[in-house]
Design a protein around this ligand. Structure first.
Ligand SMILES: [Zn+2]
Length: 195
């Protein structure tokens, strides 16, 4: 007879072993092979989302240009537990499927011709409701549910001055897009701070 308590540590050990195996595998694989199949690359505990300057500029411009939600494929790579986004490619979205509160792509980033997608980003044009769980709860929003159906290691929401993102461990984090040099710095909202 199996004792229920045995299962949790056994699972944890296996997860750690699997993670270590994945890291070893990533280290061994040549660069171009890493992202040929997106689903094969997963980081369960991404601790940083690093956006290139180009990615930041693109997001800010898109955000300013669209009154409805837009969607992009974050193209990049994974280093340890950091997800590095080099650039944002446009997702294939039918204009009818982009409203102020939702956006649905016509096809996946891979089918749209992009390789190396580490996650999808969409915008909330009013900068509101930028969360994957309803505040103070573990109730998943539709954004968390759609992340659950995707193969990518991370997902992100563009919220104007910040990007809220989540990795497979379902820990929501955020990164500021604009470093407010000329304005008073709010240290509670530093880049990459946990929520
Ligand atoms: Zn959303």
């Amino acid at each position: 007879m199996q004792v229920a308590g045995i299962w949790a540590p056994a699972r944890a050990t296996r997860a750690v072993a699997a993670a270590a195996g994945l890291i070893a595998l990533l280290a061994l694989q040549p660069e171009p092979a890493r992202f040929s199949a997106v689903a094969s690359v997963r980081v369960s505990h991404a601790r940083a989302l690093v956006l290139s300057e180009q990615a930041r500029r693109y997001l800010i411009l898109q955000y300013r240009s669209f009154p409805t939600e837009f969607m992009g494929c974050m193209i990049g790579e994974i280093h340890g537990n950091a997800v590095i986004v080099h650039r944002i490619a446009p997702a294939d979205v039918d204009p009818k499927q982009s409203t102020e509160t939702r956006v649905v792509p016509k096809q996946t980033c891979e089918d749209a011709g992009w390789t190396g997608t580490v996650g999808v980003i969409h915008s909330h044009p009013t900068g509101e409701r930028c969360w994957y769980f309803f505040p103070g709860t573990r109730v998943a929003t539709s954004d968390a549910q759609s992340f659950g159906r995707q193969p990518y290691p991370v997902d992100a929401i563009m919220c104007g001055d910040r990007v809220v993102w989540i990795s497979r461990d379902m820990a929501q984090q955020q990164v500021r897009l604009v470093e407010a040099e000329a304005q008073p710095v709010d240290h509670s909202l530093r880049s990459g701070s946990r929520q």
